[in-house]
Design a binder for this molecule. Sequence first.
Ligand code: ATP
Ligand code: PAF
Ligand code: BAL
Length: 323
Amino acid sequence: MAAAAVHEPEVIRDKAAMRAWSRRRRAEGKAVALVPTMGFLHEGHLSLVSAAVAASAGPVAVVVSIYVNPSQFAPTEDLATYPSDFAGDLGKLAATGVVAAVFCPPDLYVRGSADRPSAASASGGAVSCLEDAGGHAHETWIRVERLEKGLCGSSRPVFFRGVATVVAKLFNIVEPDVAVFGKKDYQQWRVICRMVRDLDFAIQIVGSEVVREADGLAMSSRNVNLSEEDRKKALSISRSLVDARTATLSGSNRSQEIKDQIVRTITEAGGQVDYVEIVEQESLVPVERMDRPCVICVAAWFGKVRLIDNIEIHVDSSTVLSI
Ligand SMILES: Nc1ncnc2c1ncn2[C@@H]1O[C@H](COP(=O)(O)OP(=O)(O)OP(=O)(O)O)[C@@H](O)[C@H]1O
Ligand SMILES: CC(C)(CO)[C@@H](O)C(=O)[O-]
Ligand code: BAL
């Protein structure tokens, strides 16, 4: 992002105050653009801020939300070790010069008492860190029923339910005109697009390109939890994706062969593959032959860190290799 004058964003912690703030900006004739995040910000997040500004034709008030949403983490996942640096985040957002407000609520859910069972436990359903903490008072969930299955949904059974629900809550609180999501979390972006379409949210969803480190590793807050050795091994993901795209553009279009090669590359580097799938870009339906626009999606473990990445393949265009 180009250097801009430092501008301290207003920090808002309260839902009602956030909604009132947005409505005031609207009354001033500004569009409101929301960038939802879980904090520990990096250049990938800041690129979403730039995309938010670019997506709005006229004056825009950009809001970045920072909230580590417990309902998208299963109790076995890494909620407790998710990195945070609120002061650092604020500094980075101020340095963009274009973020008007940061919404960082202490909690977004109505909690119940721990001595009564949660709705999910009572019904034998999947349980997230929210219910685990005795959050039975919240029991309304958004399910994007087909798109939430497969890919990350297979190994993270409560993830998309939690994401769709918290994003809908953020939309109701911030009331944005535009919301920006990174294509690094490809399935998440598609799930949100489908939720917005199906539930008639009057919000334009922007999908923003993956931002990478100079050596190709997709930027991710969790990268900080990689050991130096695992970080080197993790480069096998982007390397295997670039090789796959090269192979595809040279005429090799059988998905199984491409997937096998990616699994080999990551496994030989010392990673543990969660999944490698090649799917249609919008429907996320698996393809046997890569003869239409598709996306190769990967999730793999390096030590205790699970990373995701993907590459879109436009077989019918002369794609420039950029990573
Ligand atoms: N490298 C990146 N390029 C583009 N967008 C990104 C990138 N990393 C994260 N984003 C986007 O930023 C938004 C907030 O994501 P989040 O705060 O979970 O960060 P993250 O780096 O994806 O963290 P995690 O380590 O949990 O994957 C999401 O829309 C996500 O897709
Ligand atoms: C969209 C999101 C902010 C919802 O908690 C989160 O899943 C993320 O940061 O990608
Ligand atoms: N960016 C995705 C958030 C998560 O993995 O929980």
